[in-house]
Design a protein around this ligand. Structure first.
Ligand SMILES: Nc1nc2c(ncn2[C@@H]2O[C@H](COP(=O)(O)OP(=O)(O)O)[C@@H](O)[C@H]2O)c(=O)[nH]1
Ligand SMILES: [Mg+2]
Length: 258
C-alpha cells in the first residue's frame, strides 16, 4: 500500500462552490478519522468557510499586488496566479510535513486562471502527479439541460487535457435542485444513450455530425465518468465522493486509512 497521501484539487467556475465543498469534505473526512490538510491556492479569497492549514495568502495578497504593481483587480488576479508557482516548493514541504491522508486543494475562484496559466502546471507537478485527482464542480442548474450538461462535459475534457489527471465530476450545490432533476443529470453521466436521446429530444439543432462525434470522443476519454451530487452545505454525497476517489487509485479499497 502507498504511504503517500491523496491530493484532491477542487476546480470549477467562480461561485461553483469549491471552497464550501472543501470545507464540507474536510469536515466529513475528519469525522471519519481521515487526517486531512486543506490548502487554499486562491490569493483573492476573502471569507473562507474553513481555516486552511496552508494558505497562499500568507505570501500573496491581491490588494498589495494591485497597489505595488498598479494593476486593476483582473490584472492582479493573473499576476497573483503566476506568483503562486514561486511558492510551489514551500507548499509541497508543508504538505509533506502535515503527514495527512488527504490533501484538499481549493483552487482560485476563476477556473481559467488555474486551467490556462502555466503556473498551475508548476504547482500540480510540485505536489506530485501520482495520487492526484481533479474534482470538477458542475453547476446543478446548467447540468439540468442536455446542452448545458454536454458543455460541462467538454470542460471536463479540457481539464483532463490540460492537467493529465483523472477528473471526477460532481454536481455541486445538489441540495438546491429537485431530486428528480438531479437524478436525471446523474443518469446522463452514466448512460451515453440517455444523454444522446435527451439531446435529440431537446436540442436536435446542435446535434450535428460533429457534436455526435465529439460526444463519442468524450465518452472514450472517460469524461462521462459517473458523477455524484454533492453539497458542501448539507454534506450530501461526501461518502460517495470519497468512494469515487478511492476507486480511481485502488479499485475501491481504502488506500490510506490506517
Ligand atoms: N445551498 C448551497 N449553497 C452553496 C453550496 N456550496 C456553495 N454554496 C454557496 O455558493 C456561494 C459560492 O460558494 P463558494 O464555495 O465560495 O464558491 P467558489 O467560488 O467556487 O469557492 C456561497 O454563497 C456559498 O454559500 C452548496 O452545496 N449548497
Ligand atoms: Mg473559493
Amino acid at each position: 500500500m502507498e504511504e503517500d497521501n491523496i491530493r484532491m484539487f477542487f476546480i470549477g467556475p467562480a461561485g461553483s462552490g469549491k471552497s464550501t465543498l472543501v470545507a464540507g469534505m474536510a469536515n466529513w473526512m475528519e469525522r471519519s478519522d481521515l487526517k486531512t490538510t486543506t490548502v487554499n491556492l486562491d490569493p483573492g479569497a476573502i471569507d473562507l468557510p474553513y481555516s486552511p492549514h496552508i494558505d497562499v495568502r500568507d505570501w500573496i495578497r491581491i490588494d498589495r499586488i494591485m497597489e505595488e504593481h498598479e494593476l486593476g483587480p483582473n490584472g492582479a488576479q493573473v499576476a497573483a496566479a503566476d506568483m503562486v508557482a514561486l511558492h510551489s516548493q514551500e507548499i509541497r514541504e508543508l504538505v509533506d510535513e502535515s503527514r495527512s491522508h488527504y490533501v484538499l486543494i481549493d483552487t482560485p475562484g476563476q477556473s481559467e486562471l488555474f486551467l490556462f496559466r502555466n503556473s498551475s502546471r508548476v504547482v500540480i507537478d510540485a505536489l506530485g502527479l501520482d495520487q492526484s485527482v481533479m474534482v470538477y464542480l458542475m453547476d446543478p442548474f446548467l447540468s439540468a439541460s442536455p446542452n448545458g450538461f454536454v458543455a460541462q462535459v467538454l470542460l471536463n475534457a479540457i481539464i483532463q487535457f490540460r492537467t493529465a489527471l483523472p477528473v471526477l465530476n460532481v454536481v455541486s450545490k445538489a441540495d438546491m435542485v429537485e431530486p428528480d432533476v438531479l437524478a436525471n443529470t446523474l443518469l446522463w453521466s452514466q448512460d451515453f444513450n440517455a444523454l444522446f436521446g435527451a439531446l435529440l429530444d431537446h436540442d436536435a439543432s446542435v446535434l450535428t455530425q460533429l457534436s455526435t462525434d465529439m460526444l463519442q470522443v468524450m465518452e472514450n476519454m472517460g469524461s462521462f465518468r459517473t458523477a455524484v451530487g454533492v453539497s458542501g452545505v448539507t454534506q450530501m454525497g461526501m461518502s460517495e465522493l470519497y468512494q469515487l476517489t478511492q476507486n480511481v487509485f485502488s479499485g475501491g479499497e481504502d488506500i490510506v486509512k490506517d
